[in-house]
Design a protein around this ligand. Sequence first.
Ligand SMILES: Nc1ncnc2c1ncn2[C@@H]1O[C@H](COP(=O)(O)OP(=O)(O)OP(=O)(O)O)[C@@H](O)[C@H]1O
Ligand SMILES: [Mg+2]
Length: 334
Amino acid sequence: MSGYTLEVENLTVAFRTELGEVRPVEGLTFAVKPGETLCIVGESGSGKTVAALSLLRLLGKNGGIRAGSVRLNGEELTRKSETEMRSIRGRDIAMIFQEPMVSLNPVFTIGHQLTEAIRLHTDRRGKAAKAHAVEMLRRVGIPRPEAVYGEYPHTLSGGMRQRAMIAMAVACEPRLLIADEPTTALDVTVQAQILELMKRLAAGSGTSIVLITHDLGVVAEMADQVAVMYAGQIVETADVYSLFENPLHPYTRGLMRSLPAFGSEREGRLSAIPGAVPPLSRLPRGCRFHPRCPMAESICESEEPELQPAEVSRRVRCWAASGEIRRFAGRQGG
Ligand SMILES: Nc1ncnc2c1ncn2[C@@H]1O[C@H](COP(=O)(O)OP(=O)(O)OP(=O)(O)O)[C@@H](O)[C@H]1O
Ligand SMILES: [Mg+2]
């Protein structure tokens, strides 16, 4: 056993489009330990959702995993049959989306959907399944859980629906919970409560979390490890303390500058870096970030940097940053 819940190695996703093949995710590598939270952060269009969906092999007809490996507790998922994947989804890996109405069926009561999931993925049946469903609703902080059990999704507030979604996701004690912007649609107070809830549930059951967000405030609150994505690639990975204390990649530094000072009113949106993520059909040569990079040198325009080890247990994809690290290490040595 590797000691990791999830190990992703060199994962590349391709979609067929009218403009030819595009690769919204390329060469993704990261790993998550039991009970740990990895946050994937990056601007809109950087490939976060596609990355999440590819872990579950939910890429639709025109998409697929082109290369790489996804292992859950050491088991390779990229070679599983669709039938095997269906039983893994929900039981071993659960997913929470930004908008719970996508995953909650409007024509069934909350209790019905929750009990179905429990029956499908655990050996609880009948009264035991119902009791567990009510207990889960109570545990996610839904008041009057017995009454809510019989209610339809549309009668609940956004925050309560997201709690019901979390109840559904964690009811089967998955080994991995993937949450794609789970709180973006909610107001700040509710957002904090939901994140706190996810953290507590994961800590209690050893569930690993992959949490996708735009928001560095959420990263600071939730992450053990962070992967920063830009234009389909990871540009930097680090533990959360190192990342905030000393961001190495110019893109990560840009994101940090877009963070509001503590106590200010402005939202922590990633909008301060001039320019935009390039379209997949027109990725620049060399480093994908170089047209927006304040540190770009001539090599950055022609050659693509690899994700290089930098310091202990960190990696960065940047010519300038890895050059700086080498120069620093050279000074230390001599
Ligand atoms: N089914 C598809 N076919 C072709 N291209 C796709 C498909 N799904 C996503 N893409 C493209 O992949 C890229 C990454 O999209 P993705 O939704 O993963 O970004 P994201 O980082 O989740 O953005 P956001 O923060 O806005 O949610 C985008 O350029 C998108 O247009
Ligand atoms: Mg997305």
